[in-house]
Design a binder for this molecule. Structure first.
Ligand code: ACO
Ligand code: ZN
Length: 165
């Protein structure tokens, strides 16, 4: 697994995740989102899609991550089957928000999904009330393609958002 730095935003390094990062990633996830996963799920994604799984590190601590996977399925944007990049989860620790970290994580992951995994379309689900995240995705060129009724455990709907790479 590469530890190469691919960018930095004033003391924050964006780099590929490796298995040693998993505790820090899970800590950020628990702090930031109600959707949690078993350790094995995180490790599987680092092992299988690690070239597109990025973390943001500041002062030796993980402060953000983006976890993608690669699927084969029906396009959200046209009527065909294709390889799809699925952004499963992204979060940035509160004190580090609004500095462009999520944008940098998404750009790095999408670039790698394209170059390393041959993905030409990326999609994700987001709570309909999650304005910060919806704004982030819109700014990156995602469009809302579908609304999923009661997608989340607490009954909230999701938007599916997608983007051609
Ligand atoms: N209110 C409105 N718009 C916002 C906000 C906000 N609080 N935060 C970000 N945005 C939009 C803005 O357009 C912003 O650009 P600007 O700062 O130039 O106006 C743009 O997103 C990019 O912001 P970044 O600084 O790159 O985003 P940040 O690093 O702050 O992280 C994130 C955004 C990941 C949504 C963060 O708020 C977070 O961790 N939230 C909790 C976890 C979460 O909701 N994750 C997404 C769930 S959906 C999924 O995982 C597929
Ligand atoms: Zn999903």
């Amino acid at each position: 697994m590469s530890l190469t730095s691919v960018g930095s935003l004033s003391g924050v390094v964006i780099r590929r995740a490796n298995p040693d990062d998993v505790d820090g990633i899970v800590a950020v996830n628990i702090e930031c989102l109600p959707e949690h996963y078993p350790l094995r799920f995180w490790l599987d994604h680092i092992e299988k899609y690690g070239d597109a799984f990025y973390v943001a590190e500041a002062g030796g601590r993980i402060v953000g991550y983006v976890m993608p996977r690669v699927e084969y399925g029906l396009s959200k944007l046209r009527t065909s089957m294709r390889r799809l990049g699925h952004i499963v989860s992204i979060a940035v620790r509160r004190g580090f928000r609004r500095r462009g970290i999520a944008t940098a994580l998404m750009l790095a992951s999408m670039e790698s999904l394209k170059s390393e995994y041959g993905v030409r379309e990326v999609y994700l689900e987001v709570r309909v009330s999650n304005e910060p995240a919806i704004n982030l995705y819109r700014k990156l060129g995602f469009v809302i393609v579908e609304r999923l009724h009661r997608y989340y455990l607490d009954g909230e709907d999701a938007y599916v958002m997608a983007k051609e790479l």
